[in-house]
Design a binder for this molecule. Structure first.
Ligand code: SF4
Length: 516
């Protein structure tokens, strides 16, 4: 019989000892406001900078006065600093910002633990456009004084930012007329109800009347904007098809980088190449950049006090008008001008014409002011046309000649009209000189600055500051919102390039002194 072996009993392992969590307790802790943020925290920089700016325009609008009854207003320097900090942290909602003020250390330090309600924050943000523009000019003065702006070279570009409206809010004239009528009737009806005593809830009635009046005003604005849109159309049919947004009448449908067409504004931004600081900005309703360069340079002059020495912009801005405008303003302009041959090749390809039957295949008969085609037929001069910056003389073949021609398929895919040939005439002198300048290596090197300089702030404002869609409605308020983005961007550049290096040098210096 095998021996009986007693089982080995392992000693029980003691349970791990962890700290208990007591959520039933209440604790009062002292908060030392000054220690909420470190010495190089950006709220300190923002407060220091806003303290240097002239805020008299803001203070002048405050109705509360010392020594008189009534509560004190919030300090405009605080509201300005709070919004600059909020935008730099991608916070664009006034409600969320107000909540953040209760626990976010940077905001707690700024406001000394105070909390501003969202209504006050919203009102401060959406008004004061004039003061905000002056602040940008002042800020640029500070940056210029510190050598961060030279205006030797300014790169310019536009970016589309979605308006506070959906694509489905666009209506044609007839629908708009009905909406205007409905809005007017509602205002009259609510005023009639008010005159007869109202519903008994005065506050609600007043809110309804205010909303009806605002809608009525918006419909009137929509009618005005529709006329502007119609005036820009070429044909009667296009004018009949013209539409405008009922919720954001001043916005226009614009194509974005992802090919989506959305109600938007075109934000034009000029950037000093020295340190990529924004030195000019404006908002336009035009989806095309072609006529925006001169206005942008005027903005730079207004904000900084003078035109830049050089300006650089892409092909969207480069045309005869902008070349002429820049010459007139004494600005050395660098851009991208399409070669007429390339343009002509593209239009021939679109029309299905064989490259072998291009304009060079036709012989100019100077004496008779006509052309002779490869089949020996005569094309008569019909008109002069302008495409971009170049003048062309146009000659038309007879449809019966082209219809029965052996080269018809290659030369005139639509014989019912007869082949139309455009012969390029002499180019405008300024444009020809510009084209020659852009062929030089030096000009190409300057033009290469454009992408990295001009596109960087656009991307920053959209991606880092989160302004991809305006929160505010109306062109004036959208301009103010974009201005906040531009100011925040420039303030952050100032912190990075000027304020933080000085603070860090002081901190290191203090450390070295203590060690010594
Ligand atoms: S298609 Fe017309 S223009 Fe062209 S070669 Fe023939 S006749 Fe001449």
């Amino acid at each position: 019989m095998p021996p009986v072996v007693a089982p080995v009993i392992e000693p029980e392992k003691p349970k791990a000892k962890v700290k208990p969590i007591d959520r039933s307790q209440g604790v009062l802790r002292p908060v030392i406001v000054e220690e909420l943020v470190g010495p190089d925290h950006k709220v300190r920089a923002i407060w220091e900078l806003t303290g240097q700016l002239d805020l008299s325009g803001y203070y002048g609008k405050i109705q509360s006065q010392e020594g008189k009854a009534g509560s004190s207003a919030w300090n405009p320097q605080l509201l300005l600093s709070v919004w600059l900090y909020a935008y730099s942290e991608q916070v664009t909602s006034a409600r969320y910002l107000s909540t953040l003020m209760e626990y976010e250390p940077g905001l707690m330090w700024l406001a000394g633990l105070g909390v501003v309600n969202y209504w006050t924050l919203n009102a401060f943000r959406s008004s004061h456009q004039e003061e905000l523009s002056k602040l940008l000019a002042e800020l640029l003065g500070v940056l210029s004084h510190e050598g961060l702006i030279t205006l030797e070279c300014v790169a310019h570009d536009g970016t589309k930012i979605q308006a506070q409206a959906g694509s489905d809010t666009f209506r044609r004239g007839k629908t708009l007329e009905k909406e205007i009528l409905k809005a007017q009737e509602l205002v009259v009806e609510l005023e009639r109800q008010e005159a007869s005593g109202g519903s008994g809830n005065a506050r609600r009635d007043a809110a309804q009347r205010r909303a009806a009046r605002e809608r009525n005003e918006r419909m009137k604005l929509a009618a005005e904007e529709l006329e502007k849109v119609r005036a820009a159309k070429k044909s009667e049919q296009e004018r009949a098809e013209a539409r405008v947004s009922l919720t954001e009448p001043e916005s226009r449908n614009m194509k974005h980088g992802n090919n989506a067409i959305e109600p938007s504004y075109n934000v034009q931004i000029s950037v000093d190449a020295e340190q990529k600081i924004i030195v000019g900005f404006c908002l336009t309703q035009s989806s095309s950049d072609s006529g925006c360069l001169q206005e942008a340079m005027e903005q730079v002059k207004e904000t900084v006090g003078r035109y830049p020495e050089q300006s650089v912009a892409d092909g969207g801005f480069t045309n005869q008008a902008s070349i002429h405008d820049m010459n007139q303003s004494g600005i050395d302009f660098y851009g991208s001008l399409a070669e007429p041959e390339m343009r002509q090749a593209a239009s021939m390809k679109a029309a299905g014409i064989d490259p072998a039957f291009g304009p060079s295949a036709f012989q100019v008969l100077t004496e008779s002011k006509s052309l002779q085609c490869p089949a020996g037929k005569i094309l008569e001069y019909v008109r002069q046309s302008k495409k971009g910056d170049t003048t062309y003389w146009q000659y038309q073949a007879e449809s019966k000649d082209c219809g029965g021609c052996e080269y018809q398929k290659q030369c005139c895919p639509r014989p019912e009209k007869g082949r139309l040939v455009s012969i390029r005439m002499e180019e405008n002198e300024e444009v020809a000189a510009f084209r020659e300048k852009m062929k030089t290596e030096a000009a190409q090197q300057i033009y290469k600055k454009r992408g990295p300089v001009a596109e960087f702030p656009n991307a920053w404002i959209k991606e880092k500051l989160g302004i991809r869609k305006f929160r505010l409605r109306g062109m004036a308020k959208a301009t103010t919102e974009a201005l906040w983005g531009v100011l925040t961007y420039d303030v952050q550049q100032w912190i990075r390039l000027s304020w933080r290096p000085k603070v860090m040098a002081a901190v290191v210096g203090n450390g070295a002194t203590q060690l010594a």
